[in-house]
Design a protein around this ligand. Sequence first.
Ligand SMILES: *[C@@H]1O[C@H](CO)[C@@H](O)[C@H](O)[C@H]1NC(C)=O
Length: 150
Amino acid sequence: MAAMSISLARLALPTMLQGAGGSASRKPHPGALAFPAKSFFGAPLAASAAAVASPAAAVSPLRRRPSSATAVVAAGKKGYKMRTHKASAKRFRVTGTGKIVRRRAGKQHLLGKKNTKRRKRLSKMVQVNKSDYNNVMGALPYLKANKNAE
Ligand SMILES: *[C@@H]1O[C@H](CO)[C@@H](O)[C@H](O)[C@H]1NC(C)=O
């Protein structure tokens, strides 16, 4: 009786593993099965999948920043609102020409060994690196920034 139940378990185990994930034959460990399906950046994977499924429907989720107030209203009708990341809102602001600027690090303490020129330089706001614009604008969907502003 015991031998029979063991053989049943042997039969059942591979089928369970195949049900859990596609590449079950390579990695039999159940914990490892779920991993290949997920991306480290989960959202881009899902977004690209949506783009493949229906290009017309994929446009609105990918456009994080509405260009006008009407887009915000349209998002509200769908039942969700984009929310400002409040910590980022305290750290970035937009200039009159639409540049995103930030503070310089290193002007909180240990200033005795920093000369006047350096301290003055650290006082000034500087433009955020253009390659980081998408990160900032993703966190602050209502920021009125202009990516093309020099
Ligand atoms: C801006 O970011 C890019 C990519 O990370 C980097 O190569 C470049 O040196 C950065 N520019 C400045 C001024 O930090």
